[in-house]
Design a protein around this ligand. Structure first.
Ligand code: NAD
Length: 376
């Protein structure tokens, strides 16, 4: 239970479309109901934070973004039963917990997913964070708004992790890493001996490559336009790397796989890559779409290619992850040395958040992690 009504915190605010993040003092109210107050140790920065900053989706501004938080429980609301003060936790996406998909364990397809993660997560229109002038900041982005020294999550998106795990590393498991790994393990169900194609070798695509190796795919092809990313992809498990800037890159994939890939994951968000990815599939091949494009983006497909070859395409949200299972599993695999997602990250002090964003956009950093504890 909380002993205070409001607490002084520091947040990184996005004040307008495309604006730099500004570190500002703010106030956060105490947790209510099933809410959990988390003292943030570190948070990942995901491409999704940057596309929301740029208003691909109309999240209200000014807002506190950030949705890959990792921290320590500092207080709990009266309805919280499964967490205690001092627990180490990773924060993930929000879900209502009682709609039809949630009742089937398909929480990333919660009927309220968009509203809960990109809209007003409380449903009451009230923000828990106010700025130095007492004005509300849009908060609880992905039920957390983790670009902050403290955040309010809810019990069902607050995942307990072992105390001996490296907490400062774990935040990205809450979104980008579980999306790539979950897409391979849960959604596509990549099989041993198969050919897997990762269209995009960013944080999500690299996590998919790590997972494809884990589940036994024997041909793992990374596609990107950045040679250094392709090099890293090879180091962490890709058996082949193909640069999409080269003419005839789809033919290269068909030659490597002797006809086409069994499974593919599109994480570039580029409709032209999706189109070409479908043509790089083998008969009965499946392509999963995780890359986000501006709303209204259209992709071209020849329906005959789908029909005659029995190919399929499916959208994937958060790797179909049941976070309470997948996140601890990925932590264990990492601690056993079998899921080296630490190869993807670079740490930045919280007050260098704009440098982290710039490096991420320039392709210099794959997965920035902002160290918050002790850096404000
Ligand atoms: P990222 O920017 O790290 O990775 C994207 C990669 O695509 C980069 O390596 C980039 O070089 C590559 N790329 C871009 N255009 C290309 C092209 N024409 N040819 C080849 N490669 C190209 O981003 P990320 O963090 O890996 O996220 C990937 C996407 O997934 C983003 O759109 C993000 O918003 C989305 N995402 C979706 C979910 C979900 O649940 N569906 C979850 C997390 C992230």
């Amino acid at each position: 239970m909380s002993k205070y009504e409001f607490r002084d915190i520091v947040v990184a605010v996005t004040r307008s479309k495309g604006a730099v993040f500004t570190l500002e003092p703010a106030r956060l109210r105490a947790p209510r109901n099933d809410e959990v107050l988390v003292r943030m140790i570190a948070t990942g920065m995901c491409h999704t934070d940057l596309i929301i900053r740029d208003q691909y989706y109309p999240v209200p501004l000014p807002a506190v973004l950030g949705h890959e938080g990792a921290g320590i429980v500092e207080a709990i609301g009266p309805q919280v039963g499964s967490l205690a003060v001092g627990d180490h936790v990773v924060l993930t996406y929000g879900s209502c917990g009682h709609c039809s998909p949630c009742n089937q364990g398909l929480t990333s397809y919660c009927v309220d997913f968009y509203e809960l993660n990109f809209g007003d997560s409380t449903g009451d229109g009230n923000s828990a964070i106010t700025d130095r002038n007492g004005l509300p900041l849009h908060d609880r982005f992905f039920h957390q708004s983790s670009f902050a020294t403290h955040a309010l999550s809810r019990e069902n998106n607050t995942i307990k992790v072992p105390r001996d795990a490296p907490l400062e590393l774990l935040g990205p498991l809450g979104c980008g890493i579980q999306t790539g790994a979950g897409a391979v393990i849960n959604s596509l169900k990549v099989t041993p001996g198969s050919a897997f194609l990762s269209l995009g070798a960013g944080a999500v695509g690299m996590s998919a490559i790590l997972a494809a190796r884990l589940v036994g795919a024997t041909c793992i092809i990374a596609v990107d336009r950045m040679p250094e990313r392709l090099e890293l992809a090879r180091e962490i498990g890709a058996t082949h790397a193909v640069n999409s800037q080269e003419p005839g890159w789809v033919d290269q994939i068909k030659a490597i796989t002797q006809g086409g890939a069994d499974f593919a994951l599109e994480s570039t968000g580029q409709p032209a890559i999706l189109t070409q990815g479908v043509s790089a599939l083998a008969a009965m091949g499946v392509l999963g779409v995780v890359g986000a494009s501006p709303q209204g983006t259209m992709a071209m497909l020849d329906p005959n290619d789908l029909m005659i070859k029995g190919k399929s395409i499916r959208g994937i949200c958060e790797g179909d992850s049941q976070p309470w299972k997948l996140i601890p599993d990925l932590v264990t695999l990492h601690m056993q040395g079998r899921f080296a997602f630490d190869r993807l990250v670079k740490f930045y002090p919280f007050n260098e958040i704009n440098q982290a964003a710039a490096d991420s956009e320039a392709g210099k950093t794959l997965k920035p992690i902002l160290l918050i504890d002790g850096y404000v």
